[in-house]
Design a protein around this ligand. Structure first.
Ligand code: PHE
Length: 343
């Protein structure tokens, strides 16, 4: 019996050495020490022993049980340590590795330009208003002093959406919406997209952007228009920028002007300048004093109030500012192009 006990001990200790997980240890405990385990079944045969042998074998059995239990405990401790070590190893962070950079979006050059312009006009007391891109013929043409058969309609090739609906060809439609919903004094700008059925090339796009400006009050003159536009041009293109008015025609302004600024690239000193084509000037907007008919259409008495309006081409300003040679780049969403403007 003693031998059997020793055998159990040997086999248990050997098995424990190879146990690789805590659940294996539990299985071994059941196998050797459990109620139906090997040791227990030996002890059950103790009755057959003589009175002298019984305490000796009993002691030995207890000793072996204690030894196996001890061993199980030690082995369990070892396995726990190993598991912990492995866990630490797996969770190690190499703080010297470079971080994962997340991609940063940026403002579109048109929006950078627009934000700057809004800042300038806000500082001069202008409100920013919004208008619909789908307009009625009334707001885009008729109320702007362009009746149905007026030749001025040919100046702008229009996308019609139906008899009366169209994609606005100019932000000037916002003048009417403003004057019919607010009383003077009025001082607003309205930036937005406009549409014309133009062929696409390096300087034309069927969708482009304008910023309309409108001021209506008592005693407003062409001089005020010039002052505001000079201030604007100098903030955009720098001190010393000259502004030139050229007589022009728009049905909704009288007198009408086109406004040039001295070439920000060459200041008129380079006869082969690509920006101004050697003329020394670039055209940036159309403007004029609001036509009395337009004021009247909106219920404003032209005897009491006068006003001026201007329409700035945002795309042109942006391409000259950033020396972009082709307007199409603004609309193609080529990330390599756009990333250059990330501020
Ligand atoms: N709406 C005109 C255009 O698109 C520009 C303009 C606006 C002219 C306001 C005068 C006054 O050409």
């Amino acid at each position: 019996m003693k031998e059997k006990l020793e055998q159990i001990k040997e086999s248990a200790l050997e098995a424990l050495k190879n146990a690789a997980a805590e659940k294996d240890l539990e299985a071994l405990r059941v196998k050797y020490l459990g109620k139906k385990g090997d040791l227990t079944s030996i002890l059950k045969q103790m009755g057959k022993l003589s009175a002298e042998e019984r305490p000796v074998v009993g002691q030995l059995a207890n000793k072996i049980r204690a030894e196996i239990e001890n061993n199980i405990e030690q082995r369990a401790e070892k396995l726990r340590e190993k598991a912990q070590e492995l866990k630490l190893q797996n969770e190690t962070v190499d703080v010297t590795l470079p971080g994962v950079r997340s991609k940063k979006g940026g403002l579109h050059p048109l929006n950078i330009m627009l934000d700057d312009m809004i800042d300038i006009f806000r500082s001069m007391g202008f409100d920013v208003v919004d208008g619909p891109e789908v307009e009625t013929d009334f707001y885009n043409f008729k109320a702007l002093n362009v009746p149905d058969d007026h030749p001025a309609r040919d100046m702008q090739d229009t996308f019609y959406l139906g008899e009366n609906l169209l994609l606005r060809t100019q932000t000037s439609a916002a003048q009417i919406r403003t004057m019919t919903s607010r009383k003077p004094p009025i001082r607003i700008i309205c930036p937005g997209r406009v549409y014309r059925a133009d062929e696409v090339d390096a300087t034309h796009s069927p969708v482009f952007h304008q910023i309309e400006g409108l001021v209506v009050d008592k005693g407003v003159t062409l001089c005020d228009l010039k002052g505001i536009l000079e201030q604007f041009a100098r903030e955009i293109y720098g001190e010393g920028t000259e502004v030139k008015f050229r007589p022009s025609f728009f049905p909704f302004t009288e007198p009408s002007v086109e406004v040039d600024v001295s070439c920000p690239e060459c200041r008129g000193k380079n006869s082969s300048c690509r920006v101004c084509k050697g003329t020394g000037w670039i055209e940036i907007l159309g403007a004029g004093m609001v036509h009395p008919n337009v004021l009247r259409h909106c219920g404003i008495d032209p005897e009491e109030y006068t006003g001026f309006a201007f329409g700035i081409g945002l795309d042109r300003l942006t391409t000259t500012r950033y020396k972009i040679s082709d307007i199409r780049l603004l609309f193609e969403n080529d990330q390599r192009f756009l990333e250059q403007f990330d501020k």
